[in-house]
Design a protein around this ligand. Sequence first.
Ligand SMILES: *Cc1c(COP(=O)(O)O)cnc(C)c1O
Length: 406
Amino acid sequence: MSVEHAQVQRADFDQVMVPNYAPAAFIPVRGAGSRVWDQAGRELVDFSGGIAVNVLGHAHPALVAALTEQANKVWHVSNVFTNEPALRLAHKLVDATFADRVFFCNSGAEANEAAFKLARRVAHDNFGPEKYEIIAATNSFHGRTLFTVSVGGQPKYSDGFGPKITGITHVPYNDLAALKAAISDKTCAVVLEPVQGEGGVLPADLAYLQGARELCDQHNALLVFDEVQSGMGRSGELFAYMHYGVTPDILSSAKSLGGGFPIGAMLTTTELAKHFAVGVHGTTYGGNPLACAVGEAVMDVINTPEVLAGVKAKHERFKARLQQIGEQYGVFSEIRGLGLLIGCALSDAWKGKAKDFFNAAEQHDLMILQAGPDVVRFAPSLVIEDADIDEGLDRFERAVKQLTQA
Ligand SMILES: *Cc1c(COP(=O)(O)O)cnc(C)c1O
């Protein structure tokens, strides 16, 4: 290990970083598949997947090859010029989805920012300045820019920054009557996560999404699906909208799209895309060749029947064991989610204590996630080996046992 690496420790975080995060006590330095090693050489099993990002685990050979090959060609040209990886990735996304057009950016928040701006622009162009309202769900999460926290239904993220973006209404998730009561001809878009991720790993009811689609059509509003977390194979289909059979007008993707390399994308139809004419929206790095080369490799690997079927099989493997652990120790009220986005809702006795599960898992060499204070979340690699699932769940059970016997 080089001196430079040995010199920084977790304590440095509190000296030199803006204190908006509270990272774990160890620092990961290397990963391979679903295993991660820290500075001390400790090996951990990774069920967190970098928050539903490391879709093929760590250091997947196809992604390393794509990145290094592109690194030797061209890194960045800006959108004054186009580039081959961006065009190829766009073709792959268009071929695989409802969409005809792709806008690339660098994160989930930016993909949503583009989606919301497009929805407003379309309404403005087609119906005039009065049609700008957006309806979103309580407890939803769409990113951390001012527009996206305003649309996201969590005041803890949107309060305290002065005036918010106006014209946004929040309605309870999975409550079609509430959506029906809120929507009007002033609504330009209804924004939903097909599976609420940060909000607690809560899948939509089919009738809810179908009803939302109908209401949008009746009111000339666009249906926007935020698939930043639920997309790119995580649900067991390429996108969760395919699982439901309900097609949005605009879809945002990020997280798993780059497998760990920052990228975001907004997908839409030709008809809507034309409202983003030259100069209307943009970003310097959008469609960056390195990011798009990696995204292409991600698409090639995950959008196959084998990998997608594997996600469904691995879901069952997780669920069966988590149900057993939940029953044996009385910690869970429900195991939910789609594919490899799994939430364990804590039982009344353990409500509010998801962080304790996170800490206990870490002590047993396992990386997991929370989704709020009441839900333990797993978002591992989609190609995690069954042996790693079993080993990780053994560790998880030991952590739960220790927690419940303390
Ligand atoms: C993570 C997430 C975002 C924000 O993505 P960033 O890349 O952090 O900006 C938006 N929507 C959903 C559903 C997410 O899970």
